[in-house]
Design a protein around this ligand. Structure first.
Ligand SMILES: [Zn+2]
Length: 427
């Protein structure tokens, strides 16, 4: 694969030239478009974007499609070259001129890949006031009917702007590079941030990655994020580009990001559900179901069995509840362990989850080991902000959570019986 870069006016364009081997490569996604565009904050030239940032963008967008070799038509710094030495699956080639590494200048600011959802809003609220949230504005595909409604995300951006943050909205069509449509790598949401980093004098790259994704809690098997293949690959690559990773909510569960946003001025507008035209909410999907239950438990507000029965009629909720384990099961189980929900459906649903035998209270606390994923100059600030919402887990709680496996529970007689009886009654 060869990647070429060009800038015209306010647009960075990437052109991808795949080899035959790339096109033959098997995988869950295939390359569907040979170009992508990123909007810049002002008219620029190719020299206004640091070549290390161009190279990182090229890697983030082509990574799953490259078979043997990736040729990036730029020269990069030695630091960046070292940073990506953990990529072993294919060879990465650059031009050979000498390049100084990117160093943000005095007065630099932290960047955040911002979606307008609850998790990235919580990250923003834990970061310094100077943080620049950068929104990847995906162009609407006119030919296709979709449930994706951007009005809530736009309302959230307007609110963030009104509250004083410098918000950047960058139109970017990178999700159409692949089929099925989506991000080629999970880190690609920061591509507009990387493209504008030098123009905005940014010094780090934050994501709203929560504990459920970083440590895989709520999955069949948790992991130690800090030594995971994901962190070992991308950590050095972003460091090499002079925009180190910063993950303010990696040590927090969705239980806590929901609470942080609930207690902020972003409560009305930050939403993870992408359906429903703002200010109307959809209340008809899996995300809205989880959010409703988690918020109600935090507030201690009563949920009737009739409401629970209504949720059980929602098709997407039914589909998600048929999985074993259920996705984000720890979050759902935490919400169901509250005494604010009337008996009935709640008991049968709780019996369906590991919450039947496990106390979910640690998810109200912070996993302190995640402080290693905070960018050093902002670490103290973020830790203090977190401490205003919750206490850290005890070391033994932290270890147990990282080493946790659900397999014993999932195959137990109690879990199998509950699965059968719940499926029979509601699905
Ligand atoms: Zn919804």
């Amino acid at each position: 694969m060869e990647v070429q870069f060009s800038v015209e006016g306010r647009h960075l364009a990437l052109h991808f030239i795949p080899d035959e081997e790339d096109l033959l490569r098997e995988g869950t996604q295939r390359i569907a478009n040979l170009s992508a565009h990123v909007e810049l904050v002002k008219k620029a030239e190719i020299g206004d974007i640091h070549p290390d940032h161009l190279a990182l963008i090229g890697i983030l967008l082509s990574h799953p499609f490259v078979a043997n070799q990736l040729e990036l038509g730029v020269s990069v710094s030695e630091r960046f070259r070292e940073g990506i030495s953990t990529i072993r699956r294919y060879a990465v080639c650059f031009e050979t001129q000498r390049v100084e590494p990117y160093v943000a200048t005095e007065g630099s600011r932290p960047g955040l890949a911002f979606s307008g959802g609850v998790d990235s809003a919580a990250a923003l609220l834990l970061m310094p006031e100077t943080t620049v949230p950068v929104f990847l504005d995906r162009p609407q595909q006119e030919s296709k009917r979709t449930l994706y409604d951007k009005s809530a995300a736009y309302a959230c951006l307007d609110e963030v702007e009104r509250l004083g943050w410098h918000v950047v909205r960058s139109s970017c069509d990178l999700e159409f590079l692949r089929s099925p449509v989506g991000f080629p790598t999970d880190m690609a949401t920061a591509v507009p941030l990387l493209a504008n980093a030098n123009l905005l004098n940014l010094d780090s790259t934050a994501y709203g990655t929560i504990m459920e994704s970083a440590y895989r809690v709520g999955h069949a098997k948790s992991r130690q994020y800090m030594t995971s293949a994901h962190h070992r690959l991308w950590g050095p690559a972003f460091h090499g580009a002079g925009l180190p990773l910063n993950l303010p909510v990696a040590g927090l569960s969705e239980v806590m990001t929901t609470k942080i946003v609930m207690h902020s001025e972003l409560h009305e507008t930050a939403r993870s559900c992408i359906r429903g035209a703002f200010p109307k909410t959809c209340e008809n999907c899996w995300k809205c179901f989880r959010k409703a239950l988690v918020e109600r438990r935090h507030r201690g507000s009563r949920v009737t069995n009739k409401e629970m029965q209504r949720w059980m009629q929602v098709r997407e909720v039914q589909a998600k509840l048929s999985a074993h384990p259920i996705s984000h099961e720890n979050v759902l189980a935490w919400a169901l362990q509250g005494d604010n929900i009337e008996s009935g459906v709640k008991d049968e649903l709780l019996a369906r989850t590991e919450g039947q035998i496990r106390d979910m209270a640690p998810f109200e606390r912070w996993l302190g080991g995640a402080s290693a994923a905070l960018h050093e100059p902002y670490r103290e600030h973020t830790i203090q902000r977190i401490a205003s919402f919750c206490t850290p887990m005890l070391p033994e709680e932290e270890q147990a959570l990282i080493a946790h496996e659900m397999s014993n529970w999932l195959t137990s007689e109690a879990a199998q019986r509950a699965l059968k009886s719940f499926t029979g009654a509601y699905l």
